[in-house]
Design a protein around this ligand. Structure first.
Ligand code: ADE
Length: 280
């Protein structure tokens, strides 16, 4: 096994449909406080294939927190406090492209931000929070080395996956109008959801390698056939396809744990450090 001077610690952020701690053995719950308030729920510590991982239900385990009210900063800060180096996020998404069918997996590679009410930085000028102003580059938004690991693992398991995809992150909680949906499609969006921003931004600012496995659950409302997304469809399609998400994550954990990540974590942390303008 390769040794990493920064110990690998993997967290899974489960979205709608994957907030089930049953994928972990020997579970223990820990409620954490952060300078940004409380995370969505307890961090669940447990094992996958003898590797300790942390599971966090983005919307809490009862799914009572709407996307706008998820405390993304507390969630990511809590994971950073626990020494997390890698985040595997899952998310239900609408498809904006015919060839991405409900039930398909998309490994996100970029985003278009249409959120309006969310804090996107830890460096907010408040006392007790990190100093300075952070102008973080968003290309790449997702960790490329970690994305490559996901792709090779999916390939070895014969799990079909769209290798890249741009997600349009909307404020919600409502779904999009027809005009919006057509516009997002024209903009080059591949899928649409309500949570990737600011989660991916904050993970990067926290120096954590982050990928997101998007499961397409519906065709939003842009198709001429007239179908329109409903919550029932989203949950049903996620439930019917969650097994392949779990299979992929379960295989990924020991592979990531055995990998050599120092260079990538250091490169990311250097990038973050260079992005902060500290007061003179
Ligand atoms: N999550 C799942 N499907 C969605 C859609 N069509 N729009 C926004 N978020 C979603």
């Amino acid at each position: 096994m390769l040794t990493n001077s920064i110990p690998v610690k993997i967290a899974i952020i489960g979205g709608s449909g994957l907030n089930d701690p049953d994928i972990l053995k020997n579970r223990k719950e820990k409620f954490i406080k952060t300078p940004y308030g409380d995370p969505s729920d307890a961090l669940i510590f447990g094992n996958i294939d003898d590797v300790e991982v942390i599971l966090l239900a983005r919307h809490d385990r009862k799914h009572t927190t709407m996307p706008t009210n998820v405390n993304y900063r507390a969630n990511i800060w809590a994971l950073k406090q626990e020494g997390v180096t890698h985040i595997l996020a899952t998310t239900a998404t609408g498809s904006l492209q015919e060839h991405i069918k409900p039930g398909d997996l998309v490994l996100l590679s970029s985003f278009i931000d249409r959120t309006t009410k969310r804090l996107q930085t830890f460096h907010d000028g408040e006392s007790c929070h990190p100093l300075g102003v952070c102008h973080l580059p968003m290309e790449p938004a997702f960790s490329e080395p970690l994305r490559q690991t996901v792709l090779s693992t999916a390939k070895s398991l014969d799990i079909p996956i769209h290798e890249k995809g741009t997600v349009v992150a909307v404020e919600g909680p409502r779904f999009s109008s027809l005009a919006e949906s057509l516009m997002f499609k024209q903009w080059g969006g591949d899928v649409i959801n309500m949570t990737t921003v600011p989660e991916v931004v904050l993970a990067k600012e926290a120096g954590i390698l982050y990928i997101s496995l998007a499961l397409a659950t519906d065709y939003d409302c842009w198709r001429e056939t007239g179908e329109k997304v409903t919550v029932v469809d989203v949950l049903k399609t996620f439930k019917n396809n969650v097994d392949k998400v779990i299979k992929l994550i379960t295989a990924l954990v020991p592979i990531i744990n055995k990998g050599s990540w120092d260079e990538h974590v250091k490169e990311l942390r250097d990038c973050v450090q260079q992005s902060v303008m500290v007061p003179k």
